[in-house]
Design a protein around this ligand. Structure first.
Ligand code: GLV
Ligand code: MN
Ligand code: MN
Length: 441
């Protein structure tokens, strides 16, 4: 996603120093990196890739380790019905709304060690440091690990945080199917989780003071601009759907070219068309749109048969809702045109369509102030990737802190963030938690 950000180089001269007591409380860097590494080993595969798909055994194992660490830190653990994990540190006013801090532990297929995990382990480290340092906090603080932020298994993202925000419908869940045809609804009911129980997971906004999330940038901007921290202003939202072309499976040797109804060739034309359409919407200021076909299923999928069925996943994203919606519409009309010209049928299956989300301006200003105070160069920027924060922003004030990603690579075994940056981001998170937990509402 394009940078639409503004650069800031911290200048302490201009910011008068006020009482900022958390500056004397420092995270335990060794412990943070030790726990990050321990979680990263769960699901490790070839080339250092990590795979912990939602509801897989590896995902559950990583969550088990987190619960152990939350317990060791003396936090009060609560697991809700979908499996979101909370570790609570009480504040001076136990009935005050809580500051939620976290991210996710599930990963994409063959992903990296940092996406989501940095935010969960960073939240844990910040909160256990505050507990050990007996730092006075007016509000309670809860470390949270959300279930199923990644869409790589079901095409459906931010499952746990969407439920907390009351943003999921029964239809959303029934449409969600993985590559093997396993329905999300069936997995849930096998675990004794039913829709009737999930609808009640929505958290009352009155119980929340704010949500904070530390995350790797997953893009190249911070590294390129030599910035240490990204202050996130907004999050691009995806519109996702499946396109299914149905032609005629037939013999690859006997069917003349002009008599074929090849569903995959229709899909190939659509893939090219999506790239062309998105390239026309590449103006950063008008709201750059990106479009991706990341999964393709072909039937019968053998070397000697013409594909009779091709199913594509389409993911269209932008910071600007109108631009994204226009592109999604154009993609659908292109698909219809291709189907008509090639004599195949086309069908669309919705996955989910969301609106871009603005994060809280006051938390953004607070983050800027903290960076100024610490003399850290920072960038004010939108997020092209989706995050749990985009759901939480619907029920509370949400803020996000980015740290640099080497060469901007993410959702790949090559994903890397410098341990020093991870520690720095966690320290900024800690200081933000203290300020937000103690601010008057
Ligand atoms: C989350 O990682 C996303 O797909 O943006
Ligand atoms: Mn993530
Ligand atoms: Mn991700």
């Amino acid at each position: 996603m394009a940078n639409q950000g503004r650069s800031k180089t911290a200048s302490r001269k201009n910011s008068p120093r006020r009482d900022r007591s958390p500056a004397s409380v420092f995270i335990n860097e060794r412990r943070l990196l030790r726990d990050l590494n321990a979680i990263s080993k769960i699901g490790i595969g070839s080339g250092g890739s990590v795979t912990r798909l939602v509801f897989s055994v590896k995902d559950l194992r990583s969550r088990q380790l987190l619960m152990h660490l939350l317990g060791q830190a003396g936090l009060k653990i609560h697991i809700d019905r979908i499996g979101n994990i909370f570790g609570r540190l009480e504040g001076l006013h136990p009935n005050a709304p809580a500051v939620l801090v976290g991210s996710h532990l599930d990963t994409v297929m063959h992903g990296g060690k940092f996406d989501g995990t940095v935010g969960v382990v960073g939240a844990l480290e910040a909160v256990r440091t505050l507990k050990e340092g007996r730092v006075p906090l007016a509000s309670p603080v809860e470390v949270v690990c959300f279930v199923g932020e990644e869409s790589s298994r079901f095409g459906f993202s931010t499952l746990g945080s969407s439920l907390l925000a009351g943003e999921i419908t029964f239809e959303d869940l029934t449409h969600a199917v993985d590559q093997d045809g396993t329905k999300l609804g069936d997995i849930l009911s096998n675990m004794g989780i039913y829709w009737e129980n999930l609808a009640s997971l929505k958290r009352a906004p009155s119980t929340l003071k704010a949500y904070l999330e530390l995350h790797i940038e997953q893009g190249p901007i911070l590294e390129a601009k030599k910035k240490k921290i990204g202050v996130v202003t907004s999050i691009a939202a995806p519109t996702r759907f499946r396109v299914i072309f149905v032609g005629q499976a037939d013999h690859s040797g006997t069917t003349p070219m002009e008599m074929r109804k090849d569903a995959l060739v229709a899909a190939a034309h659509l893939i090219i068309a999506i790239e062309e359409v998105c390239l026309k919407f590449s103006h950063v200021n008008k709201g750059r749109v990106v479009g991706t076909v990341g999964a393709l299923k072909i039937e019968p999928g053998v070397i000697n048969a013409i594909p009779g069925r091709a199913e594509l996943s389409v993911d269209v994203r932008s910071i600007k809702a109108e631009a994204k919606d226009r592109v999604a519409k154009l993609v659908k009309s292109k698909a219809k045109e291709i189907a008509r010209v090639r004599g195949v049928k086309v069908q669309f299956l919705p996955i989910r369509s969301e609106n871009p989300v603005a994060l809280d301006k006051d938390i953004g200003s607070l983050l800027e102030e903290i960076c100024e105070d610490k003399g850290l160069p920072y960038e004010i920027m939108p997020s092209g990737a989706g995050h749990d924060a985009m759901q939480l922003a619907k029920i509370t004030r949400a803020g996000m802190i980015f740290i640099p990603s080497r060469r901007g690579i993410s959702h790949s075994p090559m994903e890397w963030s410098d341990p020093k940056d991870i520690c720095l981001g966690t320290q900024v998170l800690l200081e933000t938690i203290v300020r937000v937990a103690n601010e008057a509402l």
